[in-house]
Design a protein around this ligand. Sequence first.
Ligand code: B12
Length: 233
Amino acid sequence: MSDDQDDIILAELDDEELVQQMFDDLYDGLKEEIEEGVQILLDRGWEPYKVLTEALVGGMTIVGHDFRDGILFVPEVLLAANAMKGGMAILKPLLAATGAPRMGSMVIGTVKGDIHDIGKNLVSMMMEGAGFEVVDLGINNPVENYLEALEEHKPDILGMSALLTTTMPYMKVVIDTMIEQGLRDDYIVLVGGAPLNEEFGKAIGADAYCRDAAVAVETAKEYVARKHNQMSA
Ligand code: B12
């Protein structure tokens, strides 16, 4: 967006200006600047979660709108995503280092046909930060990948992510296969992704739809506590 990147010294900006500049830098896919901005905000005492949501997710929302409106195209969005990942890499250990007690475990992956992973990665990071052990299957997962991972890791939770209206129905394929194999009730199934909603989550037989990573953590805690209570009753 701005042509005068070289003239801007990020550390000299106040918090509000810096966040605005980070929105521009994310938009322009400037990974190093984003990493620097994240570090400056942390050095100023910002909580990692605040940096994540206000600077990074906030910036990505603008990118999302302009992608939707045909102002940005895939190569630019990929650069923005790459810059966001640079910032997330700095935050990840900090979010995970809260020393939270072990809450449970989760297998998570983006469904078949879908390569979006930023939201899923954010959920993984936040879940790890909240004390969950997370096995991340990555992107483009056919039903077999999920089933193998459930068998191998026996997690409390299965999480599925989809960002496309064309791939979200695949979540039902996975849940239906779990039902066929008599596995469905062994796991808490959480689903998420921008095009989903609560109604869709219910319709496909998930336990819950979570609109963002913070809700995912709260919902996971609630369901795991309920599951453990049922088991001990
Ligand atoms: C970045 C991006 C890309 C990048 C992905 C890079 C990457 N590594 O992820 C690239 C450029 C590769 C890309 C490609 C495409 N994209 Co795209 N992309 C986006 C964009 C701009 C942002 C997505 C994002 O990262 N958001 C930020 C994160 C933090 O939010 P989130 O993903 O929603 O995740 C949060 C919640 O949803 C929730 N959540 C997410 N997953 C899960 C899982 C669980 C278990 C839980 C509990 C919660 C949860 O928590 C997360 C954190 O708070 C969106 C626009 C948008 N508004 O969503 C379009 C968007 C999703 N893409 C779109 C399209 C069309 C495509 C392409 C088909 C474009 C093309 N013509 O090639 C391809 C598809 C490729 C494929 N097969 O998957 C459309 C989808 C439209 C539709 N109705 O289906 C969107 C909506 C843009 C638009 N409006 O046109 N894209």
